[in-house]
Design a protein around this ligand. Structure first.
Ligand code: C5P
Length: 224
């Protein structure tokens, strides 16, 4: 089984991000680059990180009219990402067109509800019901639109997996037992998320901010 851990390279400097990736590459399965990295370093930065030799997850959280999202997906073909994120709330046509425009080897996964939002935020955007109802509704939409899967928390993955047996589940917000939680709420361990059906485990600070990132990545790998 290949290593399901994607290291979140949330470092502002390209050189530092690449150096960290080089260091831990034997103990993670892929590298996640976010919107901040992409805005700062563009395609050039992605090519640089791709030289490390691991699959690249572009966490761009695309959300626009279907034609624009499809165009963006086509524009990133050349970067050959293994995973790209879009927002489920962009609607069915946007999700379908994103998938149709994606490369053959690119998984398109939908962010359901940002973890920074709560019930009050939903209400203010005109969405009724609980966050859980909203996540489940958007999971069904993602499934029906023919994309590959969703991004969800470790606490939701077992339920989502039950509802979508062959879905591809990307799970962030993970913390090895005993490590600092930081700004993440409702954390679970990488092992628990894996056992509950996660396909990809997104892990950032527990590795990138560890005194010894290589050892931290090895320790996580050993629990899986
Ligand atoms: O450092 P940490 O392990 O918390 O990093 C988690 C990564 O996953 C970050 O890049 C963060 O932006 C991303 N993410 C998240 N929660 C979500 C979606 C993405 O933490 N719901």
């Amino acid at each position: 089984m290949s290593n399901p851990v994607y290291l979140a390279l949330d470092l502002p400097q390209l050189d530092a991000a690449k150096a960290l990736a080089e260091k831990v590459k034997a103990h993670v399965g892929g590298l996640k680059l976010g919107l901040e990295f992409f805005c700062a370093h563009g395609s050039h930065g992605v090519h640089e990180i791709a030289q490390v030799g691991l699959p690249i997850f572009l966490d761009l959280k695309l959300h626009d009219i279907p034609n624009t999202v499809a165009g963006a997906m086509q524009a990133i073909h050349v970067l050959e990402p293994s995973i790209v994120t879009v927002h489920a709330s962009g609607g069915r046509a946007m999700l379908e067109d994103a998938k149709a425009a994606a490369g053959e080897h690119t998984k398109v996964v939908a962010v359901t509800m940002l973890t920074s939002l709560d019930e009050r935020d939903l209400e203010r955007t005109g969405v009724g019901g609980t966050p859980h109802d909203h996540v489940m509704r958007l999971t069904e939409l993602a499934h029906d639109s023919g994309i590959d899967g969703i991004v969800c928390s470790g606490q939701e993955v077992a339920g989502a997996h039950k509802q979508w047996k062959d879905g591809f589940f990307v799970v962030p917000g993970l913390r090895p037992a005993g490590s600092a939680v930081g700004d993440q709420k409702r954390v679970v361990t990488p092992r628990k998320a894996r056992d509950d059906g996660a396909s990809v485990l997104v892990i950032g600070r527990p590795i990138s901010r560890a005194a010894d990132p290589v050892q931290a990545a090895r320790d996580i790998e050993a629990t899986l």
